[in-house]
Design a protein around this ligand. Sequence first.
Ligand code: CA
Length: 399
Amino acid sequence: DYVIDYQNAGFDDTIAQQIAQNFSANNVALMCGIATNSATACYAAAEDKNIPVIFTAITDPVKAKLDSGNITGTSDKLPIEEQLKLIRALQPDAKTIGILYTTSEPNSVSAVEEYQAKAPEYGFTIEAIGVMQQSEVLQAADTMISKGVDVLCVNMVDAKAASGVVEKASAAGIPTIFFNREPDTEVIKSYDKACFIGTNAIDAGKMQGDIIKELWDAHPEYDLNGDGKVQYVMFQGEPDNPEAIARTQYSVEQATANGLTMEQVGETQVCNWDTETAQKAMEAMLAANEGKIELVIANNDGMAIGCVAALSNIGYNTGAEGASFIPVIGVDATDAAKDAIAKGQMSATVLQDGDAMGKAIAAAALNAASGAEFLDGTEYTYDDTGIAVRIPYAPYTGE
Ligand code: CA
C-alpha cells in the first residue's frame, strides 16, 4: 500500500535537484531516479536522511559516483560487443566506425570508451566526435565527411538546420539519410542523394480516431449521458507545432469518418506536451465540467498521464475495481503510459515503432554505402513526396 509521486525534471539538473529536495523535505520512503541527472539529484538529497535511492537507465553507475551508500539500481548498458560483431558481419570490409556523442552525458562517454577498447578485436577503428549543442552537429558532420564516411544518418535536433547538412553532404557527394525529425521536403529534394525515414504526423491522429471508434463500439457505458455523441476534451502539444496540429485535427476527423458524432467540451487545452501543465488544465476542466466529459484525447502520453493524475485525484481512473473511468488516449507508448494502461488507468496509446524505423535506416544505409539506390531490393517504398519512407504507427492497448 503506497503512493507514487511522479515528477519529470525534463533532463534539467536544477529542476531535478529541486524535485529531489522536495522529496526529501516530504520525508518520502524511497526515491527512484531515472537516468543519471535525476539519480544523482536524488542521491544528493537523500544522503543526510539516509533515504534509500533506486536508479535505472544508467550505463555506468560507478563512473556516475552512485556506487556507495544507501543506493542500488539497474544499468542499461549497450550491447557494444554484439553491435561490433553485427557491423562486421554486415560490412566485411569496413574499417572505420564514426560515432557522434554528447559530451555532457556520462552514459555516452562511457559507451564510446568501451567501443574504443573493444573495436581493435574486430578490426575497427573508432572516429568519435563529441558535441554539446546543435551548432556543433554541423561541424561534426563536416569532420565525418572529411574522414570519408560512406553514408550520413542524421536525426536533427532542429529540423530547420537540415539545409546546412545537405549543403555539406552534397558538396562531398555523400548519401544522407535524415530520420525521425522531418526536415522540409524541399530541402531533401534539393539533393538527389538524400532521403527521409520517419513517420507521418497525420497517421498518429488517425490511429487515435480508430482507437476511439473501437472503444465506443466495445463500451456503450462510456456514453455517460446516453445521447449517442462523444463529449471529449482535447489536449494539444504546442500551438504552432505541425505534428500537434495534425494529431488534434485528424484524431477527431477520423473518429467522425468512422461514424461517431464528436462534440468538444471546452476549449482545446494547449499544454506544450507537459504532464504537470496538463494535470492542472484537466483539474480545471473537471471542476467546470465533471460528469460531462466522456473522453480525453491527448497529443502525447506526457499530457495523457497528467490527465490520468487529475482524474485519479478525484477518484476516477484509479485502476481499482468498480472505480469510475473516463477513457484517456495518448501517443508515444511511453513506459509511464504502458504502466497506466496495464493498471487500468488509461485506455490506449499510439506506438512509434522504433525497431521498424531502425531496420529501414540500416537497409537504406547499407544500400547507399555500396553505391545502390536507398530502397533497392528492400520492402520499403517512398510516399508521394518521392523522398520519404513512412513507418506506420501501431495502436497500443496493452493486449
Ligand atoms: Ca455522450
